[in-house]
Design a protein around this ligand. Structure first.
Ligand code: TRP
Length: 344
């Protein structure tokens, strides 16, 4: 059984255990601040984080800024992206009184865990990671040391706070596997310090970008959470469709039309087929209008809350989140060094 099927098989039991005893778990999850957060993030992971938080699970959200430079030359607009993501989090319902939002670069002790962790994996294991391989290919660059080792770095992200529940998309599963391996090997070698975390696979299917390809900032096929309703309408109006007037759901032969149906569906809680049937032969103009209304309606409250916030709020949330994360990292690093006999 591959790790996706194995993890999927554990999901029902894991989900019921979480709802029975949410206080038993600590969630660590997050993302690379490479661009603005979009509708795919919202329906895929953000809502799930809010649900876990609201169910009473202690939650940590990392903005992995050092991970931005794994596959590109510069950190680009990382600071803007970080602030924007924090505002999206707050608007989506992540509550800084209950959840800790922090950035990689502000927690030096987290990175020191990376050193002993690196000693626990072989070069062959690093090279075998399928997500690293596909990111390397997509980058069109030579493999650098940080890209090769970032799954180990991600283990430090998770284990510094002893996170034992990691909500991730499918592409991050190999990294949770690496984390589990590292936790086990560390504990075997030096004594019990780290939990062996579980991946929590997001239930909602991946939302395609407006052209039917993977939703990605670099394809210009996203609807960001920060967009205004007019910008959303414009983005949807320029989405590629076809000249066939009858709307039907067929992702393989009609990727653009089907992506618009998926988008409208995820925002209205209906099925894409049902929406296609309602539209009949009204053409793609009507489909775009319907999708625009569905998206704007779905994001209205979030955007209203977002508009009431500004960068100063993000700065403040990060200041206290970074401090809280750092205090935990200091303790875990102390414990780690003590286990290794490196306390002087
Ligand atoms: N690799 C994740 C992504 O692709 C971001 C990330 C960094 C992360 N550290 C993490 C996710 C720890 C979960 C846990 O977006």
């Amino acid at each position: 059984m591959d790790s996706f099927s194995a993890t999927s098989a554990r999901m029902p039991a894991l989900r019921s255990s979480i709802s029975e005893d949410p206080g038993r778990y600590r969630v660590l999850t997050g993302e690379r601040p490479t661009g603005q957060l979009h509708l795919g993030h919202y329906v895929g992971t953000l809502r799930e984080r809010v649900r876990l938080q609201d169910a009473g699970v202690e939650t940590f959200v990392i903005l992995a800024d050092y991970q931005v430079i794994t596959d590109r030359d510069t950190a680009g607009t990382v600071r803007e992206n970080v602030y924007s993501a924090v505002l999206d989090y707050l608007a989506a319902g992540i509550d800084p009184a209950r959840s800790t939002i922090f950035t990689h670069s502000a927690v030096p002790e987290l990175h020191q865990l990376f050193l002993p962790f690196l000693s626990l994996v072989t070069e062959a294991e690093l090279h075998r990671n399928p997500t690293v391989k596909s990111e390397l290919l997509a980058s069109g660059r030579a493999l650098n040391g940080l890209l090769l080792t970032y799954p180990v770095h991600q283990a430090a992200d998770i284990l510094f706070c002893k996170g034992d529940l990691v909500p991730v998309g499918k592409d991050n599963l190999p990294h949770v596997e690496v984390t589990r391996t590292i936790a086990r090997r560390f504990n075997e070698r030096y004594g019990e310090v780290f939990p062996v975390p579980e991946a929590l696979i997001t239930e909602s299917p991946e939302l395609p970008g407006l052209d039917g390809r993977k939703m990605s900032k670099s394809y210009g096929n996203t609807i960001t959470l920060a967009m205004s309703e007019d910008e959303t309408a414009r983005r949807l109006r320029s989405a590629p469709t076809d000249s066939e007037r009858t709307i039907s759901y067929d992702p393989d032969s009609r990727p653009g039309v089907s992506a618009l149906l998926d988008t409208a569906a995820v925002c209205s809680g209906r099925s894409p087929q049902d929406i296609a049937e309602e539209l009949g032969d009204k053409g793609s103009g009507a489909l775009k209008a319907l999708a625009t209304d569905a998206v704007n309606e779905h994001l209205r409250e979030l955007r209203r809350r977002r508009a009431a916030l500004d960068v100063a709020d993000a700065v403040e949330v990060l200041r206290s989140g970074n401090q809280a994360a750092r205090e935990i990292a200091i303790d875990t690093l102390d414990e780690t060094r003590a286990a290794m006999g490196m306390q002087y």
